[in-house]
Structure formats: structure tokens, C-alpha cells
Design a protein around this ligand. Structure first.
Ligand code: ZN
Length: 345
């Protein structure tokens, strides 16, 4: 069995629910209340323009960490997080981590579970005043998820940058891809037990597929530098600027749809978002492979492997959310190929 085939089999084993992606509404977020309602206006959704700000400039204050100031209940786990992080990420890009960890406060608010959080099934939050709160029994994987938010966050001129998420007074963009990538890194670095597997499953898978286009080192670096603009520009190289911005818009819509406690968002638009996310990923990966200049056999194998990971159907824990995407991916790839032939003529 050649290596690509072996990879495909491994992927099949890793993704037991292969064609059906479970979308959970369990939340581990990095901000709450205020921005939660700064949602996309559904009537204006398809025409929404995404305005991405450049990354904030970051200056490291200090790289000393006093672990002794953390409550003993969390201390060992914070040290583990630190040790694994520096093994996986170049210290030069861990500026926000060092700046924020110095002031980290952890609050166990399990017993004070508020109505809002109960309804939204919020398990933990990270706020940019460097507070992590728990609204469920302590779970290491939730702490690590929130610490990844801490490691990629900063506040500049009243704007909040959290990984790929940018929060301004009247807009909140990149949240979908940010939560997906945060949880993807959480599982990539820490390989925590089954518990963590249930969070952000669809968005995590989408972020992993995007990473195959961008490349791990690059995407990881953009994340820790809160650099959504570079991510969008890199993706633009493979599918154009408009589609790259649309990708951010549609992944935000998916996030909001599944965490919309008022159910104001509609099914026809979520279908539109899913289909477009798939199309953009396939087109970008197709063009990336073209650029890699590999032989035709490897090209087809890699493309096939990628297509197998693109989700076609979705269901959530709420039975009402069963969604079937009407997308013929083979047909779409054929259309990309013929478009390309058209260009070369
Ligand atoms: Zn989160």
C-alpha cells in the first residue's frame, strides 16, 4: 500500500463518523454577552462586506512566568500547557502568551452558572482582562482551549484581537474560523481524552482543511500573532480576495447559526454558507496543488484524499438541525478543470 493510500485509511479510522459531522452547541468561548449579539444582519448577510484590520504590533514585556502564584488546583496543568506550547511554537511568536499569562486570573464560577450561560451551554470563557472562568466542572481541555485564546489575544485602541477574531465596536469577524482553529490546535498539541473531541467539531474540521491550503507553520504563526489579514491574504492567493473574505463570513455564519439562542437565523442561509465553504476550500486546495507542481498521479490522489474530508452532511444534537448539503463535489472539480482549460486556450 503506498503512503497516500495508507494516509486515507488512517483518516477513515480517525473519523469514524466520516460523512456526518456532529455539530455540537457546547461552547467554550473567549468573550461573552456584548459581542454575542453583534450578529450578522440576516437580511444583509449575502452582501456583507468583511473589513479586515492589519495585525496589531506586539512587544514582549517579559518572559518570566511565576507559576507559584496560581492556585495549586491549576498550577500543574498551566505548567504542562506552557511546556507543550514552547515545544510546538517558536518562542518569538508567543508574545501575547508571555504578556497575558503574567496577569491571568482563574475563577471557578460553576455554582454561579448564570442564565445566559446555561442557555448557551457555555462551559468556559476567556476575557481579555486575562480572566478565565469555568461554568462547568473543571476540565483540563477547557482550560487549555482558553489558554490558547490567552496566547493569541491582545487589546489595541479599544479593539480586541483574539487569534483570527477581530472585535470592534460594531463588528465581530473571524470568530468561526478562530474557534475552530483554537480547538484544532488544542487537540493537535494536547491529545486530551475523548472529552475534548465534542467541541466545535465542524469548525475544527473546516480549520484543519484550511490549514492544508495555508500550511501548518504559517497558519499557526498568523494565529498567535492575531493576524487575520495575513490569513486572508494567503488564502486569496488560491481563490481570490472576494472568496477569501467570503470564507470568513460564512464560517462566522455557521458559528452564529449553531449558537443562536433566539433562532433568528434561517436554514436557507446556512445551506448557502455550507456549500460555499466547501467550494472555496476545494478551489483553494486545487490551486495549491497546481502550484506544488507534482505529477498527475499524486495530484489526483491528494485531491481525492482532500475531497473525502470535505463534509457533505451535518446533524446536530438538536434533531431539528439536520442539514443535507446539495453539492456534487466531483462535478465541481470538473468545472474547475474545464475553467482552467479555458484559461490556457
Ligand atoms: Zn473558544
Amino acid at each position: 500500500m503506498n503512503e497516500i493510500l495508507r494516509n486515507i485509511v488512517q483518516i477513515l479510522i480517525d473519523n469514524q463518523a466520516f460523512f456526518e459531522y456532529f455539530i455540537t452547541s457546547a461552547l467554550i468561548i473567549h468573550f461573552d454577552g456584548k459581542s454575542f449579539n453583534a450578529m450578522v444582519d440576516r437580511n444583509n448577510y449575502k452582501n456583507l462586506q468583511i473589513n479586515v484590520l492589519p495585525a496589531p504590533s506586539l512587544v514582549k514585556k517579559d518572559n518570566q512566568i511565576d507559576f507559584s502564584r496560581f492556585e495549586s488546583k491549576y498550577r500543574k496543568d498551566i505548567e504542562e500547557f506552557y511546556n507543550v506550547l514552547i515545544k510546538n511554537v517558536d518562542e518569538d511568536i508567543l508574545i501575547s502568551f508571555y504578556n497575558n499569562i503574567r496577569e491571568l486570573v482563574i475563577e471557578d464560577n460553576y455554582t454561579k452558572f448564570s442564565k445566559f450561560r446555561k442557555k448557551a451551554k457555555c462551559l468556559g470563557t476567556y476575557s481579555t482582562d486575562n480572566t478565565i472562568e469555568f461554568f462547568t466542572e473543571y476540565e483540563k481541555s477547557i482550560l487549555f482551549h482558553e489558554l490558547l485564546h490567552l496566547s493569541s489575544s491582545c487589546v489595541r485602541d479599544g479593539k480586541l484581537y483574539v487569534g483570527f477574531n477581530q472585535m470592534l465596536e460594531n463588528s465581530d469577524i473571524g470568530r468561526g474560523i478562530n474557534e475552530g482553529y483554537t480547538e484544532y490546535l488544542n487537540q493537535l498539541y494536547f491529545k486530551e481524552p475523548s472529552n475534548s473531541k465534542k467541541y466545535y467539531t465542524y469548525l475544527k474540521n473546516t480549520a484543519a482543511l484550511l490549514e492544508r491550503v495555508i500550511g501548518h507553520e504559517k497558519m499557526q504563526s498568523f494565529f498567535f500573532k492575531s493576524d487575520l489579514l495575513s490569513l486572508v491574504e494567503e488564502l486569496s492567493k488560491y481563490c481570490g480576495s472576494e472568496k477569501a473574505r467570503d470564507f470568513i463570513k460564512y464560517t462566522d455564519y455557521v458559528y452564529r447559526y449553531f449558537h443562536d439562542k433566539d433562532h433568528i437565523l434561517q436554514n436557507d442561509l446556512i445551506q448557502h454558507a455550507f456549500v460555499n465553504i466547501n467550494h472555496i476550500l476545494i478551489e483553494a486546495y486545487y490551486n495549491k496543488l497546481k502550484e506544488d507542481n507534482i505529477n498527475e498521479h499524486d495530484f489526483n490522489m491528494k485531491l481525492q484524499e482532500y475531497l473525502l474530508l470535505i463534509p457533505e452532511r451535518f446533524y446536530s444534537e438538536h434533531k431539528t438541525y439536520y442539514i443535507e448539503c446539495a453539492i456534487d463535489m466531483k462535478e465541481y472539480v470538473e468545472s474547475l478543470k474545464s475553467r482552467e482549460k479555458g484559461h490556457s486556450l
